[in-house]
Design a binder for this molecule. Structure first.
Ligand SMILES: Cc1cc2nc3c(=O)[nH]c(=O)nc-3n(C[C@H](O)[C@H](O)[C@H](O)COP(=O)(O)OP(=O)(O)OC[C@H]3O[C@@H](n4cnc5c(N)ncnc54)[C@H](O)[C@@H]3O)c2cc1C
Length: 465
């Protein structure tokens, strides 16, 4: 169906500031809510469905969950649990809708997706400051005091092209290729060795695992037999060089991994025995307690990744996964290259990006960046200073990820490796204590920030100033 070009409306409420939020998904709905609850502005929320379809959405509803109905763990001792609590403390519409639509799922926050979407749609439709406009925005809407673009991983091609032209095509990606991240102290130190390629064994930034020939073949066979996530029609067979899933590389020939991401040249360990293949782990965070498996983007299911890597990669028997590997169709920008710290596009003025397009991955992470974009927009409109969340909080750690340069830039979920290092006491904490300390510090540090923001939030029904 051809896209309708969005027609900008003349100011419906003279004197009020007007904001365009493009994309009625998870981030856009949360951003719109935060803007109208924290400022005197009116919001036009543009959603192209059902006029123009995406490759994954199946309804016309706002905040549609395109795949799983789980918003992951609700355990406050986990990073995603902490993120949910911080969002709820900000008066998040989507967190409230999730509680409304909650269905039993153990420690996870799972929802009835139809009720979840209907609750969000109902609240925004009932808000007199919000106008929902159905139609595709093929460009950044003009004539507004501020704009939030939250068109998600399946942004329509016309708008994606426009953003690419603004930020530079090299900063716009259409797939993400994500390698697993594991905790360093869950790797067996008797097996893993430190060494940069062609460097001195025992020194350098990379950790490595050497595989003998029989180990390598067993690993390749396990990969080939591993269960994978089915490809969507629109993803099938469309990989860039350099981001091919490891099991697909293995399918091209038994030796192809050994000549590709597992090539052992320059990685002979101190014992002098040249490995048949080698797996490299690259440092992931400042603390150095998390590493990613270099070149290991994969479509293996999460349980299969854990089973195969633990069973067939020496030194990974007890590996703790902070993030699993994946490969998706996903439109996103190189956040740190394209964005300022307050999520405004460097290339344009009061235009913010929100949601998965900034380089976060996941439902709650997208809502979180939507909430921050909404808060920062409201603060700017009301002349309040930009007040980012502390980097030690879950929201702050996520914001720092999407606005701090890193190479390569790949999307992230919320996980422990995003938190800045703990203050050293000279003593290395055990994993459980370290995790507790991160969550405790996040809770303590975010409290004054939440207190500072609280007076600017009006509950629904409260008169506007
Ligand atoms: C196929 C697929 C499956 C996923 N499964 C999961 C999962 O199971 N769990 C998980 O945590 N995460 C999942 N994700 C990742 C991600 O969390 C979700 O995509 C999430 O919905 C992103 O939120 P968002 O607000 O950024 O984008 P969306 O929720 O996709 O919202 C963007 C909205 O913008 C609209 N839009 C796009 N272009 C335009 C335009 N030009 N004009 C007007 N409107 C426009 C779209 O119709 C859409 O409603 C999945 C992603 C994909 C692509």
């Amino acid at each position: 169906m051809p896209g309708e070009r969005v027609r900008l409306r003349e100011g419906t409420a003279p004197g009020r500031k007007r904001v365009a939020v493009v994309g009625g998904g998870l981030a856009g709905c949360e951003a719109a809510w935060q803007i109208v609850r924290r400022s005197g502005a009116n919001v036009d929320l543009y959603e192209m469905r059902p006029t123009v379809a995406t490759l994954a959405h199946t309804t016309a509803g706002l905040a549609e969950l395109v795949c799983s109905n789980s918003l992951k763990s609700d355990d406050p001792a986990t990073p995603t649990g902490a993120l949910k609590r911080e969002l709820a403390s900000l008066g998040s519409l989507l967190m409230a809708a999730a509680q409304e639509a909650r269905i039993p799922a153990g420690k996870a926050l799972a929802v009835d997706r139809a009720l979840f979407s209907a609750t969000v749609s109902g609240a925004l439709s009932a808000a007199p400051e919000v106008t929902i406009l159905r139609g595709e925005a093929t460009d950044i809407p003009e004539g507004y005091d501020a704009v939030v673009i939250a068109t998600g991983p399946l942004t329509s091609p016309a708008l994606a092209g426009r953003l690419g032209a603004l930020v530079g095509a090299e900063s716009l990606y259409f797939y993400d290729a994500i390698a697993p991240i594991v905790e360093v102290d869950s790797l067996d130190p008797a097996v893993v060795y430190r060494m940069d390629r062609y460097g001195e064994p025992g020194t350098g930034d990379y950790l490595n695992v050497a595989l003998a020939q029989d180990e390598y073949y067993r690993f390749v066979d396990a990969l080939l037999a591993g269960g994978t996530v089915p490809y969507h029609d629109f993803e099938e067979g469309r990989f860039f060089d350099g981001c091919m899933p490891i099991e697909e590389i293995a399918r091209r020939g038994r030796e192809s991994l050994a000549f590709g991401p597992l090539k052992p040249v320059g990685l002979t360990p101190a014992d002098g025995r040249r490995p048949y293949a080698a797996i490299q782990f690259r440092r992931e965070n400042e603390a150095g307690d998390a590493v990613n498996m270099v070149g290991f983007q994969t479509k293996l299911t999460y349980p299969e990744q854990e089973r195969i890597f633990r069973e067939f990669v020496p030194g990974m028997k007890e590996a703790v996964f902070l993030r699993h590997g994946s490969l998706h169709r996903n439109t996103y920008l190189n956040g740190p290259a394209a964005l300022n710290g307050d999520l405004t596009l460097k290339a344009v003025g009061e235009v913010r990006l929100a949601g998965q397009m900034t380089g976060v991955e996941g439902y709650v992470e997208s809502m979180a960046i939507g909430a921050l974009a909404g808060i920062f927009t409201a603060d700017a409109l009301e002349g309040r200073p930009f007040t980012p969340p502390p980097p030690t909080s879950a929201l702050g750690a996520l914001l720092a990820y999407v606005t701090t340069p890193r190479d390569p830039y790949v999307p992230t979920n919320m996980n422990f490796s995003l938190f800045p290092p703990l203050a050293t006491t000279g003593k290395k904490l055990k994993r459980k204590l370290r995790r507790e300390a991160h969550i405790e510090r996040a809770r303590a540090d975010v409290a004054p920030w939440l207190d500072r923001l609280a007076p600017f939030f009006r509950d629904p029904g409260e008169e506007r100033l």
